[in-house]
Design a protein around this ligand. Structure first.
Ligand SMILES: [Zn+2]
Ligand SMILES: [Zn+2]
Length: 309
């Protein structure tokens, strides 16, 4: 009896191992295994920007293998490993975060980006005391699957039934010509009601800035309310070391890699010079911090208590 119990325990323990050492498992299986947030990560965090309530929502998180196949395509393995080591992070795997942001001001409830699927964003909203039906505006930085995935339910209905939907004109036109499955199922159904944003357009306290390169019509937003505007940088830079720290490193997800580098430098310089608080969709949760110019790139300093005084 005790033998069979210990054997069973050993099997169970063995079943948990592939996360750490499962080199034989296909990539997709490992990604799914990590999808359930079994590490008990937090679901949301609230900050105040003057009178504006900002809630960072963790709509999903996963461990991804071989990050050098994504970041630093134009540097060798040794450089990638060295930079990772200097920052105390492994070079063979990374944890990805998906952080939509909820902005509440003047009675409006504005959701910026929607996660990979309706379940993730709905769970994060509910944990923060909100229902999808409370959202008055949905704003998209761009139309990659991990930003538009929460827009429509499995049944093909709008997740945010009472919201006005806003997205970039250039971005929409690009994906509309791509025969992209995600776009067709999540964005195309909203075509007739989308409000198209260009540089300078406002949604509540948000002001639109065009920051093209990651995708052809990628947008970032500044949020007015505090002593200094908050920058919602979307996917301008998708890792605090390998992209904020190394803005010249090419990223597989950037549609136009050179334009992405130029835009990253321009927008991060603006944030550094103006000492703006910055939120990044893929920064480690809660994805809020500051950037300063350092070396050939920028340094990401996670928020501690500056907006909680
Ligand atoms: Zn993206
Ligand atoms: Zn993304």
């Amino acid at each position: 009896m005790s033998h069979s119990i210990s054997r069973r325990a050993a099997l169970v323990a063995g079943a948990a191992l592939p996360m750490a050492a499962g080199f034989g498992l296909p990539r997709i299986a490992r990604a799914q295994q990590a999808e359930g947030m079994e590490m008990e990560l937090p679901t949301h965090r609230v900050f105040m920007l003057g009178d504006v309530k900002v809630t960072d929502l963790l709509a999903g998180s996963r461990v991804v293998p071989d990050p050098h196949s994504i970041f630093g395509l134009n540097v060798d393995d040794e450089t990638f490993a060295q930079v990772s080591d200097e920052h105390f992070i492994p070079s063979d795997k990374a944890r990805f975060f998906f952080n939509p942001v909820l902005i509440e001001a003047g009675g409006e409830v504005i959701l910026v980006d929607t996660g990979t699927d309706p379940a993730g964003i709905t769970a994060a909203l509910e944990a923060a005391g909100k229902q999808p039906s409370d959202v008055t505006h949905v704003v998209l930085t761009h139309m990659h699957g991990d930003h538009i995935g929460g827009l429509m339910t499995e049944a093909g209905e709008k997740t945010f039934a009472n919201a006005a939907h806003h997205a970039g004109r250039v971005e929409f036109d690009y994906w509309a010509g791509q025969e992209n499955e995600g776009f067709e199922s999540k964005v195309r159904p909203l075509e007739g009601e989308l409000n198209f944003l260009v540089e300078g357009d406002q949604v509540g306290p948000l002001t639109t800035m065009e920051a093209f390169g990651h995708t052809p019509g990628h947008l970032v937003f500044t949020v007015a309310g505090g002593e200094s505007d908050l920058l919602l940088m979307g996917d301008l830079a998708n890792h605090y070391v390998w992209s904020v720290g190394q803005p010249d490193w090419h990223v597989s997800f950037d549609v136009d890699k050179e334009m992405a580098v130029e835009t990253r430098r321009r927008v991060l310089s603006m944030a550094a010079e103006n000492r703006m608080p910055v939120m990044g969709y893929h920064m480690p949760f809660p994805g809020l911090g500051y950037v300063s110019a350092e070396g050939e790139g920028f340094r990401w300093m996670p928020h501690t208590y500056q907006l909680m005084l």
